[in-house]
Design a protein around this ligand. Structure first.
Ligand code: HEM
Length: 301
């Protein structure tokens, strides 16, 4: 049982990694887009949510580069984010997804240790390798995502990477049964990372222009699926990849236009869920809702 005392230490630790006043403490570099989500015709069998029954739903999105630096290079091999709000008269549904199937840590205690170990030492201005090594011995769960990120270059476009919830959520179907699943957004354009030449030669900022050009050819499309767990897949650990291969189609997300900084003031919260979809007991998911609320207040002060 975790004795972790709540969100402020995680927000403080993220902020110490270099967040800027008035900006997001994580995923600071980003921009907004709009479009809509067309739920699959059979969605109520898996998720009998009145919101999803409302037909095509307007969607507001924010695409982002992980980390607290609003000037971060878009060639950096770290996470990309897609945050998405679907609205209807039945409320709102936020999906806050990243470009790898797992997240940094299994628990808030482990994530806090990871963030503290990677904070710059005030004497040297750099992270202390001995501290990182000691952290890694205590929390080997935090080795998995960095290994995945190092294994390929950054996405060539926000439209050519899949995005994942990493957490499981419970979806209640028309039969009244609640089934756990993770969410996956698959790019219709396929997955494409930067080539070695692009990694060397592209400017640090290219993603917004790339998306603008791409949208001249028509909307960008993602297929959303629910990934079902295999029997041994954990429901409460976003740092573990799932083996389950069964998928339920949820619908199609279409991105039709960029929207400047219109979403900057929004706070996407992974536990803003519509009726019919509920949070699991994943302690990382539970910790996130408090952290995002505090972070949102902090950046408005
Ligand atoms: C306990 C673990 C985590 C903490 C403490 C944390 C913290 C934060 C914070 C403070 C922000 C800025 C929020 C704001 O100012 O509006 C943020 C943004 C974000 N986080 Fe997390 N995060 C965690 C886990 C995750 C996970 C598991 C994912 C995805 C699966 C994720 C994806 C994102 C994305 C995409 C954004 C940008 C949202 C936007 O564009 O507004 N985070 N996170």
């Amino acid at each position: 049982m975790s004795t972790f005392s709540g969100p402020p230490p995680l927000l403080d630790a993220l902020t110490r990694l270099g967040a800027r006043a008035g900006q997001r403490a994580s995923h600071a570099r980003g921009y907004c887009a709009v479009g809509h989500f067309a739920p699959h015709a059979d969605i109520a069998r898996f998720a009998a949510s009145p919101l999803l029954g409302d037909g095509p739903l307007p969607a507001t999105m924010r695409f982002s580069v992980g980390g607290g630096d609003p000037e971060a290079s878009e060639k950096t091999r770290n996470l990309r984010g897609m945050a998405l709000r679907l609205h209807s008269l039945h409320g709102a549904y936020d999906l806050v997804l990243v470009s790898e199937p797992i997240f940094f840590a299994a628990t808030p205690v482990s994530y806090l240790s990871y963030l503290e170990a990677h904070a710059p030492d005030p004497r040297t201005g750099a992270a202390d390798p001995q501290r990182i090594a000691a952290h890694q011995l205590r929390h080997p769960d935090t080795l998995r995502l960095p290994a995945l990120l190092a294994a390929h270059a950054a996405p060539a476009s926000y439209a050519t990477t899949p995005y994942y919830s990493t957490h499981a959520f419970l979806f209640t179907g028309a039969d009244g049964v609640a089934r756990p699943a993770r969410i996956v957004a698959e790019p219709a354009a396929g997955t494409c990372y930067l080539s070695a030449a692009q990694e060397r030669e592209l400017p640090h900022a290219f993603l917004e222009h790339e998306m603008d050009e791409r949208l001249l050819q028509g909307p960008i499309r993602f297929q959303l699926h629910a990934q079902l767990p295999a029997p041994a897949d954990p429901l409460d650990d976003p740092s573990m990849p799932w083996q389950g291969s069964a998928r339920v189609p949820l619908g199609v997300l279409l991105i039709s236009a960029l929207a400047d900084n219109s979403c900057d003031a929004m706070t996407f919260v992974p536990t803003r869920l519509p009726a019919g979809i509920t949070a699991t007991d994943d302690p990382m998911l539970r910790a996130r809702s408090g952290v995002y609320a505090s972070a949102s207040l902090a950046r408005r002060r």
